[in-house]
Design a protein around this ligand. Structure first.
Ligand SMILES: Nc1ncnc2c1ncn2[C@@H]1O[C@H](COP(=O)(O)OP(=O)(O)OP(=O)(O)O)[C@@H](O)[C@H]1O
Length: 787
């Protein structure tokens, strides 16, 4: 028998043994699951039958109560074990499909016999509780597979380094429980298997990469030492992949203390959120919390103000490009994202402890119940000596007392009487209940009716000022918008707060703009984070997420230093993993940061690690070579392609819009026909996408799925997707067709990186079309295939 055949047979035997264990266990879990489900349904249906209900006296009431509690506890316990069984069953189902992907034989120094270690997505222990059929990929010993070639090797465990000899590295492709391929490798991770994985057609969601994690990615995944981990990586180098496997790793490593709720991933846009949401469940873990920065802003400011989003800001800047107003706005956007401004706001906040918070008067119709001046006097005068938080709480109490007094003063006013007369049966009923609860209602007493009508009057007055009570409760007696706006209303205030005592360039323009926008309660994107910071600082960061232990920020180059510093304040206990690529910095706000400066300055250098990933796995070698040439040579220097061949990119100039649409539609149809599952037609702006969508749909058969992807879209369907450049961040397509990469669309220096970002979304095919003369950033020599 050939060596290969005997290896295969041996491994097939081993596989069927492991599958046997999995099958048996799965059956067991499924039967537990069935039983528990029956229990839960049964208990729910019969809940009240098994409870003895008797309200006749205090003892009976006590017994009724404890029988309800007992029944509820039983239900909760069964529900919990139903959940445990269902998690176990779904994990086993995943294991039955693909129980492991690698085997290593490792002889610990001093111990002759090598152990066979099979590595998979999760552990499988035999019924004896001792035989390890599969080790989890996150177990310390599994590191050997990712980090070493056969030969002397070592790995870290919590109790120290284990040295030894790696005598075999074997990789498997198992699908549906069937061994498809098995081969031994001499490399860290065999290039062949990586080639095969990368050549596959893409899916609409990201896959886990545990079988082919690269050595440098493994370091990022397993780092436990640093408070801040910065990953600078070329487009497609696996930053997002590393981040997601790192989350899975942390959940495994700290499974007793860390939950998926305590991990937050900041995603660049809603499309990306959907795109990455399958990775963790596929690894048998619950998803982390995911949000976009926009959602954070919207959740806190959205109800009070109209806040422009980053995409609209980008479109507005693009539309005003070249005009003096456009330039001034761009300068303002950059400044308001800077550290200088963050420092200025910080000093301003310090000063607000002494003076300057703007308060809102409490008004009812034309009456001022408490004026802003009175509140300020209370806050800075009477309570001036106390700390900010205590002052807030005491001011709130005081305002409520003032409202109480005001209500009392209104009870004889005609408007209250009128309102009370409108009381319905329910109000009256409630008044009785209230009175009885207070012990006032005696049935025989004469003044009951008076007391009821007194209560109704009071209730009517209270109802009228309910919005004021609510505002006071939510600390909305302060006016964060006016307080923030003050910085742009007073030059002297600004210079007093600026760390260097200077006004930024363009201050006058900013002041005028602030007057227009803040006055209308419309907030420019560049003001949103500073305003939120002021608001949260004033309110004592009440909704701060102190529970969050790990904060992941993808596309971190797009965050301004201001936003980075703000997130640090908001998630004070979290360790940070930030991933990004300075070659994909496409927003005006982030240009100040010059890469990752905004992040690295947040944590001392000794607690920071910076990793670089240079191999680009996503795209074929020809596409990587092409897109590198879009960048300046010094920026492209660190990018290396992974050897995977494919069609050379094409660049073509079109005479008019009709030709552009014809060619792109034709390509899309052909590529779908050829079996490519996802085709991205990427235009620069949303407006162009709207036009493109109409003309492309006209040209394609009705049954071709064409989706216009907008800022709010949350998933990426198969077929043709039409999307603006900035929404393509972080995602990928089998084929990318660039809609109008002409010099007029991508002509300015800041468009270079945007064009690079767009082109690097392609896995296998890239075709670039322009309306008229093409962008000067596109490399020459790719026109050969023009029709
Ligand atoms: N070790 C790996 N094994 C297999 N595939 C990998 C590996 N690393 C990355 N990939 C694949 O390469 C592609 C790009 O990965 P990913 O999206 O994580 O890169 P990125 O650095 O975040 O890219 P970008 O900055 O362009 O958004 C994905 O399809 C991913 O599955």
């Amino acid at each position: 028998m050939s060596k290969e055949r005997s290896i295969r047979e041996e491994e097939e035997r081993r596989l069927s043994e492991a599958l046997g264990v999995i099958e048996r266990r799965l059956l067991k879990e499924l039967s537990v699951l069935g039983e528990r489900r029956g229990d839960v349904v049964g208990i729910r249906q019969e809940f009240w039958d098994d409870v003895t209900v008797n309200f006749s006296d205090a003892t009976e009431l006590g017994e009724t109560w404890s029988s309800i509690v007992q029944q509820a506890e039983l239900l909760a316990e069964r529900e919990r074990s139903h959940k445990v069984a269902s998690t176990a069953a779904s994990r086993l189902a995943l294991q039955r499909d693909n129980p492991y992907f690698a085997r290593i034989d490792f002889a610990e120094a001093g111990e002759g016999q090598a152990d066979r270690i099979y590595i998979g997505r999760s552990t499988l222990v035999g019924d004896d509780g001792e035989t390890f059929y599969v080790y989890d990929w996150r177990a310390p010993v599994s590191s050997l597979f990712y980090d070493h070639e056969p030969g002397p090797a070592s790995y870290e465990t919590p109790s120290g380094t284990i040295e030894g000899d790696l005598t075999l590295k074997r990789q498997f492709v198992i699908r549906g429980g069937v061994l498809k391929h098995v081969f031994d490798t001499e490399e860290t991770i065999g290039d062949d298997i990586l080639q095969a994985v990368l050549s596959e057609r893409s899916d609409t969601s990201m896959k886990s990469i545990v079988a082919t994690i690269q050595k440098e990615q493994n370091r990022i995944i397993r780092d436990e030492k640093h408070k801040l981990l910065v990953v600078q990586g070329a487009a497609g180098s696996g930053k997002t992949s590393a981040a997601l496997q790192r989350i899975a790793y942390l959940l495994y490593r700290y499974r007793d203390t860390l939950t998926s709720e305590q991990i937050v991933l900041f995603s660049p846009n809603p499309v990306f959120k959907g795109y990455v949401s399958r990775v963790l469940p596929d690894l048998g873990e619950a998803n982390m919390r995911q949000m976009t920065f926009r959602e954070l802003i919207e959740s806190r400011l959205g109800r009070r103000y109209e806040v422009e989003d980053l995409f609209s800001q980008t479109e507005a800047l693009a539309a005003a490009e070249g005009t003096p107003d456009g330039e001034a706005r761009e300068r303002a956007a950059r400044y308001k994202g800077s550290e200088h401004f963050f420092e200025t706001v910080n000093r301003y906040l310090k000063r607000l402890e002494r003076e300057g918070v703007r308060f809102r008067p409490l008004r009812f119709r034309k009456d001022t119940i408490v004026s802003a001046e009175e509140t300020a006097e209370r806050f800075y005068g009477v309570l001036g000596g106390e700390n900010f938080g205590d002052r807030l709480v005491k001011t709130r109490r005081w305002l409520n007392e003032r409202l109480d007094a005001w209500v009392e003063s209104q009870l004889k006013e005609p408007w209250v009487e009128e309102a009370a007369e409108l009381s319905d049966q329910e109000d009256i009923q409630r008044a009785y209940v209230e009175l009885r609860r207070e012990g006032g209602y005696r049935e025989e007493s004469f003044d009951d009716e008076d007391r009821i009508s007194g209560l109704l009057l009071k209730r009517a007055a209270e109802n009228a000022i309910a919005p004021l009570r609510k505002a006071v409760k939510g600390f909305r007696f302060m006016d964060p918008l006016a307080t923030y706006g003050e910085l742009f209303r007073s030059r002297t205030l600004f210079t007093a707060c600026a760390p260097d005592g200077r006004l930024p360039l363009g201050y006058e323009w900013m002041a005028q703009r602030a007057e227009e926008t803040l006055g209308r309660k419309t907030i420019d994107h560049e003001d949103a984070t500073p305003l939120l910071y002021v608001m949260e600082a004033l309110e004592g960061f009440r909704k701060v997420d102190g529970e969050v232990r790990h904060l992941f920020v993808d596309e971190a180059q797009d965050y301004s230093p201001f936003q980075a510093a703000f997130l640090r304040k908001r998630f004070p206990r979290a360790r940070l993993t930030v991933l990004g690529d300075f070659n994909q910095a496409i927003y005006a706000q982030a240009e100040e940061s010059g890469g990752f400066g905004g992040w690295t300055r947040l944590v001392p250098p000794e607690e920071t690690e910076v990793w670089r990933l240079s191999t680009s796995y996503r795209s074929t070698e020809p596409i990587v070579r092409f897109s590198k040439r879009i960048l300046k040579p010094e920026d492209a220097a660190g990018i290396a392609p992974f050897h995977r061949d494919g069609e050379p990119p094409r660049v073509a100039e079109c005479g008019d819009g009709a030709e552009l649409a014809d060619r792109i539609a034709k390509d899309a149809a052909e590529l779908l026909e050829a079996g490519y599952a996802t085709i991205g037609i990427i235009a620069k702006t949303a407006r162009e996408c709207g036009n493109a969508s109409a003309v492309i749909k006209e040209r394609l058969a009705d049954d071709v799925p064409v989706t216009l992807v907008t800022g709010g879209s949350a998933n990426l369907p198969k077929g043709v997707s039409i999307l603006p450049s900035y929404l393509s961040k972080g995602i990928e397509f089998d084929a990318v067709l660039v809609w109008d990469a002409s010099g007029s669309r991508y002509g300015r220096e800041q468009d270079r990186k945007l064009l690079y970002t767009v082109c690097t979304r392609a896995l296998h095919v890239l075709r670039v079309y322009s309306l008229g003369v093409r962008s000067p950033f596109l490399p020459s020599g790719y026109e050969g295939d023009e029709e």
